[in-house]
Design a protein around this ligand. Sequence first.
Ligand code: ATP
Ligand code: MG
Length: 599
Amino acid sequence: MVLRLSTLFLRTLRDDPADAEVASHRLLVRAGYIRRAAPGIYSWLPLGLKVLAKVEAVIREEMEEIGAQEVHFPALLPKEPYEATNRWTEYGDGIFRLQDRKGADYLLAPTHEEMFTLLVKDLYTSYKDLPVRLFQIQTKYRDEARPRAGLLRGREFIMKDSYSFDIDDEALEESYQLHRAAYVRIFERLGLEIIPVTATAGAMGGSKSEEFLHPTPIGEDTFVRSAGGYTANVEAVSTVVPAALDFTTAPAAEVHDTPDTPTISTLVDHANAAAPRDDRAWTAADTLKNVVLAARLPTGEREILVVGVPGDRAVDLKRIEATIAGHLGSGGEVAVETATEEDLAKHPGLVKGYIGPGLSLEDPVLGADATTGLRYLVDPRVVSGTAWITGANQPGRHVFGLIAGRDFGWDGTIEAVEVREGDEAPDGSGPLIAARGIEMGHIFQLGRKYAEALGLKVLDRNGKLTTVTMGSYGVGVTRAIAALAESNHDDRGIIWPRNVAPADVHLVATGKGTEVYEAAEKLAAELESDGLTVLYDDRPKVSPGVKFGDAELIGVPTIVVVGRGLAEGVIEVRDRRTGEAQNVAVDETAAFLRRLTAH
Ligand code: ATP
Ligand code: MG
């Protein structure tokens, strides 16, 4: 195919779009791949569609390779299936809802677990029908709170989503591993560096889950890795739990007057001045900080709870959100925020700045919560026998030497604090270092949550009805394009990996005479007949500078120049990435380019 710049529907732009914060967004707009229609919503131009088709083709091939079959669902869906799984409510403001002329509720699908589950339920009845793996490449809609960075976080975006249906856990594991391997191949073929990290299953209700992160400083996800090969999303990092301590000889706790010590640092200073230790100074790590949080349940309820963490660590709300639902007995996603003044006012037992674990010292019954009546969760470092300086639930007073498991109990343990560089990896593979990434794909053992909610059962070997177990697997197709542009550009433009470039060759004819155009036409035709896609700059009255500028902006990895050299019988072949140029004899150019672009 030859795409002629004289007629191609394209206008490259000299100026950056005003709303673009990242390079990929700027360059994809300036080079004429996409145009903004509304915040987080983009139109695709001819060059953009070429790239999109290539990315989709790679994904489609790898899905078919693992036996997944392509289907296509509508984006506009009725409310009922999403009500059956409670996601109509759980998604909150995150989805676009609409009504038809009769007032019936619909939504624009943010993901399609419900529809796939119902489709299989409609048609399949027996274990003999399984396993089945289905996928689609489809437009999704999410009313993201902060659409950003062009295609990276859109409100309309394309996702490849697939779903596996299996008779038992072992078969699900196989479907999962097949997808995992397919994802590794997809990103390898796209030329996108990926780190699979352990993720939390979260509200989707499943067990095993991994995210495929592309490391980039503009990523919104923080992940950690160790020298020994451990990788995880920070939300999934579990703390190395210290051994419980023997407290039989520990002295009794003492309440101290600690006026004007509402913060950890004022408290530590006070402790070192008023009650110094012999062996070392008190530090923030000796204090137990009790933070009051408000959890918003999918039902709309608001529960106030207290979380106890070592005073040298900051609370990480996202880490708490990853597992809090289980503690509160909620099947859906729970949002957590710090409690407001209003929340605190409703619980006069909570003395701001002096909040304790909530258990009366006179009546140290494990697990009870005599003072506040609120749920009390602790960081895993708060193990039995550890001694703490913590609030006494009285203004201006703290208690010293309060022993976990002797003087106070808790309702549960939760990963509640930030992961820090230098923390030990949970698998003992060394200290953690942190990096940023963006999630390109996600694989997930859903288990039976959706099949149960929607009644997907088949007859097993013994003729008994059994609930099917499912996996769900997503790749952000349009996000992948943004990530590719982000990680493959310089100050002049994009530099596409060959597998996804909109053309194999960007052919530029420069010069006044007709000879260069004739030679370029001939070369374009030859390459076309070899099956290559040629972006041919045949514009007669455009200066060489503009042509080269456009070629570098658009980012086809090989730029071919038919110009001054023609008189000496050569054509110049430039590498967009390195800028290196070489002259190739006119007659040999087509064969040379065929070899160069073979993939
Ligand atoms: P994120 O944490 O980035 O919001 P997610 O956890 O919501 O992602 P999934 O629901 O697992 O994502 O969706 C599967 C894939 O779809 C993601 O791995 C990502 O590549 C892509 N994706 C999700 N949200 C968006 C979006 N707003 N714009 C573009 N791609 C997206
Ligand atoms: Mg999201």
